[in-house]
Design a protein around this ligand. Sequence first.
Ligand SMILES: [Zn+2]
Length: 281
Amino acid sequence: MNPSNILPKNINSQSKSVLSSPHNIFIFEVLLPNVMTVKITWLGHACVQLEYEGKVIIVDPWIENPKFPGDDFKPKKIDLMLITHGHSDHFGNAIELAKEFNPQIPVIYEMSLYLESKGVENVSGFNFGGVYDFEGIKVALVPSSHSGGRNEDGTVLYLGSAAGYVIAFPDGNIFYHCGDSGVTAEMQVISELYAPNIGLLSAGGFYTMGSRGVAHTAKMMGLKYVVPIHWGTFPPLSDDAPNKIRAKLDGTGTEVIGLNPGDAHEFGPVDESQSYKSFYS
Ligand SMILES: [Zn+2]
């Protein structure tokens, strides 16, 4: 059971009134601990779904990837769609999913023009340094050391610079999805500005960082958790990235959360949410 499916969206504003009834106190106490968590589901390759208080975010919506875990995992709603760059293994099924679910889509400016040219609505073109506010969830566009062209019938279209995202939730969890970035000193600045505690890091090598680069990034950024993505999809990507990274981070205090496509993990609230508050200042 997914608590986010049975809770009213404005549970916080309703919590005072439900406390006045003994019957509702029981409901409040049972359900509230599950409200303020972020659930991540890895859908294969760089495609990640994040759920928070009934809102569904999908990053790099390639749901036809070879490791997509099956029809049960096809999106039933999408509120916010993020696309790191124009390569087909990240841009993926963005257009058809956008037309089916009508999510908000904050992406780099040139990609926003492309999406709008295809009839996609609710697109916001922004750029590095900007922060997009989605109902209290803060989304920062950050640089990625990568390329971002799109192959359309043999013609390469420029869809803007490749990007990553920092996604900050009101419960204090701050995710960094690096797109396809190689290791770059800019990650240090991203860490200083946005203080992510969880890295969704492309780890398969060849097109992105490998395990050595991911371990270096985790240490450089002071990440508490690393979720390796973009591995095991097809050759020549590494098929054992989590264990390789774990061996390199042994004793550092960074936890490697090794998921298989279809696996989910929930991150509980972070004390004080200090980093989240910094997005307002
Ligand atoms: Zn790429």
